[in-house]
Design a protein around this ligand. Structure first.
Ligand code: BGC
Length: 423
């Protein structure tokens, strides 16, 4: 009996001793929490920087979770890569898939961390014969398939990449391998929160443009922030950023919801700016009015510069395209051209509940004011560039604009009185 009591006593003391040891260790860890606190502050600062400068600034959520084992959880691969570069070696960075606060923005779209924009190998490429495809060439003219079926089925980036990207270089850049494309084409998309439309656009356009054997790149310019949407300014931003990547010779400014329906509608620039989206299904395939210059337009690089680009002063929906029309006539001193109406056919994507932005109440006053086009345009574009990223299917240019009040615009452009008179 006594022996049993002794064993029990030893057991109880041992348990007590182990508990005591555990408490001492815990106390030590608590004492060190100051260290973790400081570490957390430092990390918070670098995360703050990441959120504002590197990541998708609007919505990225980076989950910081510093544990005794020096683990940090972040919810984006890119953030993880950036943190790895900046943090001490003893801290490991894990990627988590916690997307609770993130919008489904470009999720699963592949990208590279660098800005290595692939260009054709000069020695090989310039020895190839010129690609021969035009709206009058037999290949396209006699093909029963020149009218293409525009699918508005929604696919994931993974599916679109699987279908099209095998020969596409990062940045949505493609050029033919069996002939030489004479123009270097940038397709500039003005964009804000229309990801489903973008997916349909990419799915259709990569297939469409490859048929035309062009050296092309798709560049998506996202307007970050809460300022009113400014289509013209975004096109100017796209132009400025695009020419830093590659010496583009031709620019096509494109709405993301317009998909060409005819392969004879060649995505090339001519000697005059071209209105390409002449016949849109929404408008019963008719030209809305004689000076319409919206939707899709094509400019040689020099022509765009000479016209002083798009206006930056139209905040909200309407008239920036009409202003561009007058810039071509007055600044560039050229007339526009149009592809034939039976070829320049487009489907407008109207699914997925997108609503047009707020109409700009000052649009007519500015348009009809006869302001001097050299006071605003490509030469005055101001933006903060948050990010350029080479996704597999496109280049993302993420920028924010500073919204000018109408008063400021009026003063800057010397708009003296309201006038309904057309130019
Ligand atoms: C607007 C243009 C627009 C066109 C077609 C016009 O009234 O001024 O900006 O492109 O309508 O919707």
């Amino acid at each position: 009996m006594f022996r049993y009591y002794r064993t029990l006593l030893v057991f109880i003391s041992l348990t007590f001793f182990i508990q005591l040891l555990y408490s001492i260790v815990k106390l030590q860890i608590r004492k060190q929490s100051g260290y973790y606190g400081t570490l957390r502050n430092t990390l918070d600062k670098s995360l703050q920087q990441l959120i504002t400068s590197v990541l998708w600034p609007n919505n990225a959520t980076v989950i910081l979770n510093v544990r005794p084992r020096n683990h940090i959880k972040v919810s984006s691969q890119h953030a993880a890569a950036k943190l790895r570069e900046t943090l001490p070696r003893n801290i490991t960075v894990n990627i988590t898939r916690n997307n609770t606060k993130r919008p489904d923005t470009f999720i699963n779209a592949s990208f590279i961390e660098t800005l290595d924009f692939s260009v054709p190998d000069i020695d090989v490429y310039f020895n190839l014969s010129e690609c021969k495809i035009s709206s009058t060439s037999n290949v396209v003219k006699n093909s029963v398939k020149y009218r293409v079926n525009v699918s508005t089925t929604l696919s994931s980036y993974t599916e679109i990449e699987r279908k099209h990207s095998v020969d596409i270089h990062f940045g949505g850049h493609w050029y033919p391998s069996d002939c030489q494309a004479k123009q270097r084409l940038a397709i500039i998309i003005c964009y804000r929160q229309r990801e489903q439309h973008l997916k349909m656009f990419l799915n259709h356009m990569h297939w469409f443009l490859k048929q035309q054997k062009l050296d092309y790149t798709i560049i998506v310019v996202n307007q970050h922030g809460n300022e009113s949407f400014n289509r013209g300014a975004l096109f100017n931003v796209g132009f400025v950023e695009a020419i830093k990547l590659y010496p583009f010779t031709c620019f096509i400014f494109h709405d993301v919801d317009l998909l060409p329906e005819d392969l004879r509608n060649i995505y090339k620039c001519g000697s005059r700016p071209k209105h390409m989206s002449v016949a849109v299904d929404k408008f019963k395939y008719k030209l809305l009015y004689p000076t319409l210059f919206g939707g899709v337009t094509a400019f040689h690089t020099e022509d765009f510069i000479q016209a002083n680009g798009y206006p930056n002063v139209y905040w909200g929906w309407g008239n920036e395209d009409d202003d561009m029309y007058f810039r071509v006539i007055k600044n560039l001193k050229k007339n526009i051209t149009r592809s034939p109406i039976e070829i320049a056919r487009y489907k407008m994507i109207r699914t997925h509940g997108h609503k047009s932005g707020k109409t700009n109440p000052h649009r007519d006053t500015i348009l009809h004011s006869k302001y001097n086009y050299s006071l605003d345009g490509l030469n005055t574009i101001q933006y903060s560039l948050h990010q350029i990223r080479l996704y597999h299917l496109f280049v993302l240019v993420n920028a924010s604009l500073v919204e000018e009040s109408y008063e400021q615009i009026r003063n800057r452009l010397n708009i003296v009185k309201k006038s309904k008179k057309s130019r």
